[in-house]
Design a protein around this ligand. Structure first.
Ligand code: AMP
Length: 249
């Protein structure tokens, strides 16, 4: 069973995001970038399937600027077998990413594609669903457990107030939720080994995909500054403030 994992390079989750002065977007110059946290979970799950003898090959795919190769190397150091980099300096929106992943699926013919439930930069949560639709494949979204038996996948999904388990016929798209697993750190020997692993490079044109953005960001706003807190003398004052200032009771 071949597994493709999508890994996006995003602003590190520890960084306090700043809006550009002209409100046209987010400041990314000199900002620490890392693999999208949900994609680390995706890589970990694929590697566990490999270690369990269920997956035969794990391919890490990233789409975007030259530095996405670093994100692929991180996935290779965690244990993925090889990488694919679709290199472009154009902004890639979820539909374009889904179309590019589809082109890669048509080349590689995987049985399973694992993507994050959302990228923490654009928060779109669209790519996995769009890919499944474009491929005509079943999808198991927001997965907190993945089990493969007799060519079928049982996916436990995190839904409002509980869990839902669905059975899917391969090939499938899985999107990862936070509780699926705890990703491993790459060890130094594996980081060294990853340097020798193969990364194939394509452009969107090589894959015959028009990746032109369909949406235009009009403006990005900072959240309103939080008001400072204060001390209350007694419960009566607290209740009064909750009622008359905050208006929550
Ligand atoms: P989104 O739909 O943008 O929230 O992204 C959902 C998931 O799609 C991410 O967690 C990644 O697994 C994948 N993805 C989105 N954009 C890219 C990209 N440029 N390169 C690799 N994977 C991506």
């Amino acid at each position: 069973m071949k597994v493709v994992v999508a890994v996006k390079r995003v602003i590190d989750y520890n960084v306090k995001v700043r809006v550009k002065n002209d409100e046209s977007g987010i400041e990314t110059v000199n900002v620490k970038m890392s693999m999208n946290p949900f994609d680390e979970i995706a890589v970990e799950e694929a590697i566990r399937l490999h270690e369990a003898g269920i997956a035969t090959e794990v391919i890490a795919v990233s789409l975007g600027e030259a530095k996405c190769a670093e994100t692929i190397r991180t996935a290779l150091a965690m244990g993925a077998d090889r990488g694919i980099h679709v290199k472009t300096d154009e902004e890639l929106q979820p539909l374009a990413v889904a179309k590019l992943l589809k082109a890669i699926c048509e080349k590689e013919k995987p049985d399973m594609v694992i993507v994050g439930k959302q990228a923490i930069d654009d928060d779109c949560s669209q790519t996995g669903q769009m890919l499944a639709a474009l491929m005509g494949w079943a999808q198991g979204t927001f997965a907190s457990k993945v089990e493969i038996n007799d060519g079928k996948a049982q996916i436990t999904r995190e839904i409002d107030g509980g869990l839902e388990t669905v059975e899917l016929s391969m090939p499938i798209v899985v999107t990862t939720d936070l509780r699926l697993n705890e990703p491993r750190y790459a060890s130094l020997p594996n980081i060294m080994k990853a340097k020798k692993k193969q990364i194939d490079e394509y452009s969107p044109e090589d894959l015959n995909i028009d990746a032109t953005p369909r949406l235009k960001t009009l403006r990005v706003d900072e959240p309103p500054p939080r008001k400072g807190g204060g001390k209350v003398a007694d419960v009566a004052e607290l209740v009064d403030k909750l009622k008359n200032e905050a208006g929550v009771i």
